[in-house]
Design a protein around this ligand. Structure first.
Ligand SMILES: [Zn+2]
Length: 242
């Protein structure tokens, strides 16, 4: 691979922000929607705006509720879940009692919904979670659970439209696809999670177990770090490499 294609490990592991731009919301300043104050990859802004415009023609207000996430932020989520400060959900979106599980089982339960810090696709700025702001009633709390995206779910119409766009086009839709579309026994299906393939594929290819472990050891604050390192190959296989 040519040297100029090598991606910095800071970008791969969520410890740098030089690849990011602010996501400018088209809402008014007073509007406290989650789309404000978020960052995405500089090369993803334009394709995202094209996707958003295509959705608007169909009557959907396609917005992002989570875009770039730093390593530190992901570590807080990870540690909170393993410390019982945030719920860990099962496949039916019900809370799991972690006290009944051993360390490795706890880690696998967390990994089903939350990435290992250093290995989250949200670190790259190429991936984000979407919702339809136009479909929500006032005070609606976005949950990002499968039930919202199918059947009579609040975001089902937008995801139905996206399904048809993704299946009818030979290529990805404006470069976007769903990396967690199907359940392979690792990460749960996340229809709301979109990825910009032209950039993300190269990042995925270069992210390795050794890069992740190097960052985790450098940080030193991850709960169950020893167990993670002992199982890193399986974690890569089941939860990182798609
Ligand atoms: Zn996501």
């Amino acid at each position: 691979m040519p040297a100029n294609k090598v991606i910095g490990t800071d970008i791969l592991t969520g410890t740098g922000n030089r690849h990011l731009v602010n996501l400018i919301s088209d809402k008014s300043k007073d509007d406290q929607t989650p789309s404000l104050n978020m960052q995405i990859h500089q090369k993803v802004l334009e394709p995202f705006m094209a996707l958003k415009a295509a959705a608007a023609i169909e009557g959907f207000d396609l917005c992002i509720c989570s875009a770039y996430r730093s390593f530190d932020r992901q570590r807080v989520i990870w540690n909170d879940k393993l410390a019982g400060l945030r719920p860990v959900l099962d496949q039916f979106s019900n809370p799991i009692d972690l006290s009944q599980l051993d360390d490795w089982q706890k880690i696998q339960a967390v990994l089903r919904w939350s990435a290992l810090p250093g290995a989250s696709r949200h670190h790259w700025g190429t991936d984000f979670d979407i919702y339809d702001a136009g479909a929500m009633i006032a005070d609606y709390q976005i949950q990002l659970v499968p039930e919202e995206c199918k059947g009579t779910g609040v975001f089902a119409p937008m995801h139905g439209w996206l399904n048809s766009m993704l299946s009818s086009s030979k290529k990805d839709f404006y470069g976007f696809y769903r990396p967690y579309a199907v359940d392979r026994g690792g990460v749960a299906p996340e229809p709301w999670h979109l990825s910009y393939r032209p950039i993300a594929d190269g990042y995925a290819e270069q992210l390795s177990a050794s890069i992740i472990i190097q960052q985790l050891l450098h940080d030193g604050k991850l709960m169950y770090l020893d167990t993670v390192i002992a199982h890193i190959d399986e974690i890569m296989e089941r939860f990182v490499k798609l």
